[in-house]
Design a protein around this ligand. Structure first.
Ligand code: PEP
Ligand code: MN
Length: 349
């Protein structure tokens, strides 16, 4: 439920409504907007006595929120959520942010070279898994904390922000210490204790769509994070399971504008896991930006033939330079230019 205040409501009137909500046994989330303040009532068990709120000074109207994902919905918050990072990149604003790097952090030489190449091509965020949720227990599981240290070193050298995955609450403790964005992967999209833990993190969260998750399930997963108090969530379309085996996943481009109408949260696209095939990544990156994605996350490896994970879908650095040039043309054309490049990055564009 939303309590919408009149545009000229005083701060005492807003405080009065907040106190009444508390006295009724619910939580209040005031959201100052450009026109007026709205107060979200959290914990609505269906028995809220609206009469106590309607007549309060400064209250304009009471709006029920019909979506099951309350705080994530556009009904709750009309304005887009924008997620700012320490290196100046903003996700969810007018500009399109690009995250790039290897699937896994493998060695200091590998991550440093990847970081320099993607920064030079214009990316502002470095991806790379230190904890890898692999389908087989015998596959490379990641370097753990050592991988996080290498990512931090790459950030120091290039100015790139870092996004890396946490696979359980323990790894999240370490990831939030080192990273700018905590990634929750597709396999963990419905790991509710992990989502709640991410909701208590001071870091923004990149939440990837589950392997066979509906859009509603994705938004409800985000609600777990938001309901714990973390408003900085970035959603990610990365393809879903289908009957067709020609691509690794079925990349659901329509999810981008659908999510944008249902939710105020930014949504980025992952054409690497979305297709699983190197030469399909650039066409789908172009398509995602044309569809309105707020950003891209793309796998790039200095030598994909030697990659310890996802080599077949990783771009060579030169291919990433070309992808950026193509995507930049589309982004400029639709009035949503790419973020960056970082000041000081040696440019190859
Ligand atoms: C990844 O980003 O490398 C990854 C494991 O992605 P997903 O969770 O989407 O499979
Ligand atoms: Mn991967």
């Amino acid at each position: 439920m939303l309590i919408v205040m009149k545009h000229n409501a005083t701060s005492q009137e807003v405080q009065g409504a907040v106190s009444t909500i508390h006295a009724m046994g619910y939580q209040a989330r005031p959201m100052p907007g450009s026109q007026r303040t709205a107060i979200g009532l959290v914990g609505n068990d269906g028995r809220v006595d609206k009469a106590r709120l309607v007549g309060l000074p400064g209250v304009l109207e009471i709006i029920p929120v019909s979506r099951p994902y309350k705080q994530v919905s556009r009904e709750w918050r009309e304005e887009d959520t924008v997620v700012p990072l320490a290196n100046g990149t903003v996700i969810g604003g007018r500009e399109v942010a690009v995250m790039a790097g290897p699937c896994s952090v493998e060695s200091e030489g590998q991550i440093m070279e990847a970081a320099e190449r993607v920064a030079a091509a214009g990316a502002t965020i470095l991806r790379g898994g230190a904890y890898k949720p692999r389908t087989s227990p015998y596959s490379f599981q990641g370097l753990g904390v050592e991988g996080l240290r290498l990512l931090a070193r790459a950030r120091e050298a290039t100015g790139l922000a870092i996004v890396t995955e946490a696979v359980d609450p323990e790894s999240l403790d370490s990831v939030e210490e080192y990273a700018d964005i905590v990634q929750i992967g597709a396999r963990n999209m419905q790991n509710y204790p992990l989502l709640r833990r991410a909701g208590r993190s001071p870091r923004p969260v990149l939440l990837k769509r589950g392997l066979a998750a509906t859009i509603k399930e994705l938004l409800l997963a985000a609600e777990y994070i938001l309901s714990e108090g973390n408003p900085n969530i970035i959603l990610c379309e990365r393809g879903v399971r289908s009957f067709d085996t020609e691509t690794r996943n079925l990349f659901d481009l329509a999810a981008i504008p659908v999510v944008q109408s249902l939710s105020h949260l930014p949504i980025i696209a992952d054409p690497s896991h979305g297709t699983g095939i190197r030469d399909k990544v650039t066409p789908m990156a172009r398509a995602a930006v044309a569809a309105g994605a707020d950003g891209l996350i793309v796998e790039v490896h200095p030598d994909p033939s030697k990659a310890l994970s996802d080599g077949a879908q990783s771009l060579h650095p030169e291919e990433f330079v070309e992808m950026m040039a193509q995507v930049r043309g589309i982004a400029d054309h639709i009035g949503r230019p790419l973020v960056g490049p970082l000041a000081g990055a040696r440019q190859t564009v």
